[in-house]
Ligand binder design. Structure first.
Ligand SMILES: Nc1ncnc2c1ncn2[C@@H]1O[C@H](COP(=O)(O)OP(=O)(O)OP(=O)(O)O)[C@@H](O)[C@H]1O
Ligand SMILES: Nc1ncnc2c1ncn2[C@@H]1O[C@H](COP(=O)(O)OP(=O)(O)OP(=O)(O)O)[C@@H](O)[C@H]1O
Ligand SMILES: [Mg+2]
Ligand SMILES: [Mg+2]
Lengths: 259, 259
């Protein structure tokens, strides 16, 4: 059965979607079968992987809310071995729609288990979470085996980390005892300014081995690629951003195999 | 009575908090009386204006939920004329706490009106919104006279703009007919890369006069200032970021006076 990794951080703009797209691509390029689930009503991962809004006829909203008698569908992307279940703006009503459901925290987990045959071929499921600790993100944490935390090398991004860790702890003690931290990856590292170095030193001091050796540099090719509807690994394979995500995939796999 | 401006964009990390802090500071420096309301459970605006977590005894959560018999308090900041009502993580349960309240969309508006004497001295109230179109952000849009939209010069940030505009339109037709767009400010503009120029051209073509002339450049002093718990205008008054926010304040005032 697949390893389900939630890519989460309630701080906005830290590189969750960019990590879901490019780490997913790098894992697929290494021969692994990967599914991305876009859990953000903004639908950025869906756009970044080339699924235009009009094509999104089976969505994460359908997965969560139209459970009976509907076959799970996922979409091919430009990357062999990488598929996606796209998101649409109607996902933003999920919180309100689920609030009276006694199993609202477990809805995604229940769905993924009940439709397990649709996912049995996958080796990885990456869930791209919205910038919030709302019911959608909690559902992802309850469903996941592990959580991967992109951490922007900025002061405000550090501030939210302890809140996120507390939430992971709460989910682990109440709903998903098996939940572990996959790792913390530093993103948008800019060698030109001291702040990045300070944040890195601070995070490695406090979180040690949880932090990947691989650091994702600030690299404009990563932010240009989505406008071409392809991952950076296809848009510019030799860019520093693409190389960093390939190294991250290698390090993630080595850690999994080492455990 | 004060002009209430919601600073909103559901895309994460686009500069909402940085704009609330530094535009607020620039308006105060020009002699206006400003209150920032931190509506984000992350509490970044509170931290950036020097209110440590342990000092936050009257918060936005109290403002919204402890309405009877409690006096509104706001905190002085390092900036004369600029005060803040800080946020704490308990604000993240606001969505769930309000869901059974028939006036849940109007709660903030009702509170601000019922406590109007506490706010009558203010000329501006800036509401720093979380990265989501949840009940908190809707409350801000229902309470506000106008909405100021920070727009990062990135492809994903453009994608969310039409969703935000639709939400503003819905709030205007259902709950707050007077709501207007204060303006759209381009943020993190990086002259070194083409993407910024493309986004600017695209936005000015489509939204014309709604877009401020003033563009906020990417400037590391803006991201360093919060770790010193002061606005960039105090941390480094002559930096390109500080100068840009002072120009933005001037342009905002000129537009208000011109209307
Ligand atoms: N390493 C990087 N270098 C340069 N730009 C980057 C990098 N990583 C991400 N970006 C850009 O920064 C912006 C924010 O990244 P992204 O959208 O992936 O973050 P997010 O955490 O998913 O945001 P949200 O909280 O809105 O979901 C995007 O425009 C993206 O293209
Ligand atoms: N013009 C700028 N130049 C450089 N860095 C900036 C600029 N504006 C904001 N930043 C930095 O970028 C990050 C994101 O900005 P900020 O936190 O203000 O965005 P936000 O929209 O409030 O994020 P969220 O969606 O999480 O609330 C912060 O670390 C901030 O210090
Ligand atoms: Mg995202
Ligand atoms: Mg913010």
């Amino acid at each position: 059965t697949p390893r389900i990794i939630a890519i989460a951080n309630q701080k906005g703009g830290v590189g969750k979607t960019t990590t879901a797209i490019n780490l997913g691509t790098a894992l697929a390029a290494l021969g692994h079968d990967v599914l991305v689930i876009d859990l953000d009503p903004q639908g950025n991962a869906s756009t970044g992987l080339g699924i235009s809004p009009s094509e999104r006829t089976f969505t994460t909203y359908d997965l969560l809310f139209r459970r009976e008698g509907v076959d799970v569908q996922s979409y091919m992307t430009a990357v062999p071995g990488l598929q996606i279940i796209p998101a649409t703006p109607d996902l933003s009503s999920a919180d309100v729609d689920m609030v009276s459901d006694p199993r609202r925290l477990h809805r995604m987990r229940d769905v993924l288990r009940s439709k397990i045959e649709a996912f049995s071929e996958r080796e990885f499921i990456l869930i791209d979470c919205p910038p919030s600790l709302n019911l959608l993100t909690i559902n992802a944490l309850v469903s996941a085996d592990t959580v991967l935390v992109p951490l922007q090398c900025e002061f405000f991004a550090l501030e939210g980390l302890s809140q996120l860790m507390r939430t992971v702890q709460t989910v682990r003690s109440n709903s998903n005892p098996a939940l572990r931290i996959e790792g913390i990856v530093l993103t948008m590292y800019d060698r030109r300014n001291n702040l990045s170095g300070q944040v890195e030193a601070d995070v490695r001091d406090n979180l040690g081995a949880l932090v990947y050796e691989t650091v994702i540099p600030r690299n404009v090719r990563l932010s240009e690629a989505p406008s071409h509807a392809v991952p950076a690994l296809i848009y510019d394979h030799a860019s520093s951003g693409s190389i960093a995500y390939q190294k991250l995939a290698g390090e993630l796999l080595a850690r999994i195999q080492g455990t």
